[in-house]
Design a protein around this ligand. Structure first.
Ligand SMILES: Cc1cc2nc3c(=O)[nH]c(=O)nc-3n(C[C@H](O)[C@H](O)[C@H](O)COP(=O)(O)OP(=O)(O)OC[C@H]3O[C@@H](n4cnc5c(N)ncnc54)[C@H](O)[C@@H]3O)c2cc1C
Length: 446
């Protein structure tokens, strides 16, 4: 096989493309990844990871400010935001080096440049005037999404900014209007207000996170207000006051990156121009697969990674693995975090009982100094099987993975013997027992 001929070529090295390339190579395929920007995609470079670093920095700032609760007397010097950004970028760069090391450990070629289709097996890669043709038996598209603006308010990188622009700021603006009360909008409002910006968060629907449980959404709104964020819901005309703000951050949605000849070779797309795929992550062109954001099913990294692995297995071994999502997960890095997970057919269950366990009743939450929040659980009354969890509070982002395993794998009620004490995860068990009227850690119900 000559050097530019591969079994599998992957377009994009975000979570979807990275997982696909590594899995293909693990299965013995000669694999190449083509990346026009930085290895790691949106997730590592301008999405999940930089936001979580800033969230963590903010959390640490708050912990230092509350260190008197543990008998310390630590004082926090004024925060230099550019120093935080420098540390963040160093961390991101180290994670990226780790990813590059993994790719090279599997002898995966990484080609820098922009890929476009010449035909269904041939990609042309261009980089600063140089061109390379890559021939591949199978091609996996993992090109992701980009921020969408609002008509009449195009991003200018200065006043009207995207999430990517916001994450490039090295100085905290005095005022910011965040348009869009989804997960990204809430995270941005939390971070920027936490570092001293006066933030207004505007959502056109009646609640933040329009598809989330009403109580969780209301608590997030209250917490944001306590942190000094002005939250406007049912607000359709926030941009009428655009002049009032130093920055306007638009985070109302993302659109597919599909500008590299897929139409030319006949790859089918949806009405919103995401690539259409079947349960094998395969497009209508037999040798071409698509995964992650570009396939438009659920714009989250865990979905991208899962689809990447499925597509790679199918591309290398023939279609055998199907997408089989048992649960739907969501995490929002508000302060404190919130998270939810439910079985995919949750709305079909009619005989459901609800339980709730507040963190004020958790010994471990006391010790952690994290008493705000709760766990709610929906249980099937007949089988006693938990069907959904909603969490608000410290470590919800980690607890949700345990909750997810319970929903995906347990056939009936969860048992006490597998929960260590004292732990926050006991709250999952306690909420599910409360749904059945038998929680030993709560007062008798009146
Ligand atoms: C601010 C923010 C915070 C987020 N936080 C979270 C979070 O906490 N948890 C979570 O699960 N998700 C989060 N997400 C979403 C998550 O980042 C995406 O779902 C995930 O990155 C999608 O992975 P992907 O591999 O499909 O695409 P991407 O990560 O977007 O990667 C696509 C890659 O393809 C490359 N590419 C595109 N076209 C070409 C081409 N023609 N040639 C070569 N290369 C190309 C791009 O340069 C890019 O590197 C967040 C997103 C944002 C914006």
């Amino acid at each position: 096989m000559d050097s530019s001929r591969y079994n599998v070529a992957v377009i994009g090295s975000g979570p979807g493309g990275f997982a696909a390339a590594v899995r293909a190579a693990q299965l013995g395929a000669k694999t190449v990844v083509i990346e026009k920007s930085f290895v790691g995609g949106t997730c590592l470079n301008c999405g999940c990871m930089p936001t979580k670093f800033l969230w963590q920095a903010l959390k640490l700032k708050q912990k230092i400010q509350k260190s008197y609760e543990y008998g310390f007397n630590s004082k926090l010097d004024p925060v230099v935001f550019s120093d935080v950004i420098n540390k963040r970028d160093k961390n991101i760069s180290n994670i990226r080096k780790g990813m590059e090391l993994i790719l090279s450990s599997y002898s995966i070629d990484v080609v820098k440049g922009t890929a476009s289709f010449k035909d269904k097996n041939m990609l042309s890669v261009s980089n600063e005037g140089r061109h390379l043709d890559i021939l591949a038996d199978k091609i996996i598209i993992a090109s992701g999404t980009k921020p969408s603006s609002i008509r009449g308010f195009d991003f200018d990188g200065n006043k009207i900014i995207s999430s990517t622009d916001a994450l490039s700021l090295t100085k905290i603006p005095k005022t910011m209007l965040v348009v869009g009360g989804g997960a990204i909008g809430i995270e941005m409002a939390t971070i920027f207000s936490g570092f001293g910006c006066s933030v207004t968060l505007a959502e056109c629907e009646g609640q933040l996170l329009p598809n989330e449980d009403g109580e969780i959404s209301e608590e997030i709104k209250k917490n944001l207000s306590r942190q000094g964020v002005e939250v406007l819901t049912s607000c359709v005309n926030s941009l009428n006051n655009a002049d009032k703000y130093e920055k306007i951050l638009i985070v109302t949605g993302r659109s597919p990156v599909n500008d590299f000849g897929i139409d030319k070779i006949g790859v089918k797309t949806t009405a919103s121009k995401f690539v259409e795929t079947n349960e094998f992550c395969q497009t209508n062109i037999e040798n071409i697969y698509a995964v992650g954001d570009i396939a438009g099913k659920n714009l989250l990294a865990y979905t991208a990674q899962n689809e990447g692995c499925i597509a790679a297995e199918n591309a290398v071994k023939g279609n055998s693995l199907k997408i089989n999502n048992k649960v739907i997960l969501q995490v929002v890095f508000s302060m404190p975090q919130s998270a939810s997970v439910k079985v995919v057919d949750f709305s079909n269950y009619k005989n459901v009982s609800l339980g709730k366990f507040p963190f004020t009743a958790s010994g471990r939450a006391f010790i952690e100094g994290e008493r705000a929040g709760f766990v709610k659980c929906a249980v099937d009354k007949v089988t006693q099987k938990p069907l959904a969890f909603w969490l608000l509070g410290a470590h919800s982002d980690e607890l949700i993975n345990t909750a997810s395993q319970i929903l995906a794998n347990s056939a009936n009620h969860i048992s006490r013997e597998s929960f260590f004490h004292p732990s926050l995860s006991e709250s999952l068990l306690n909420a599910s027992e409360d749904a059945l009227g038998k929680c030993t850690e709560l007062p008798k119900r009146l």
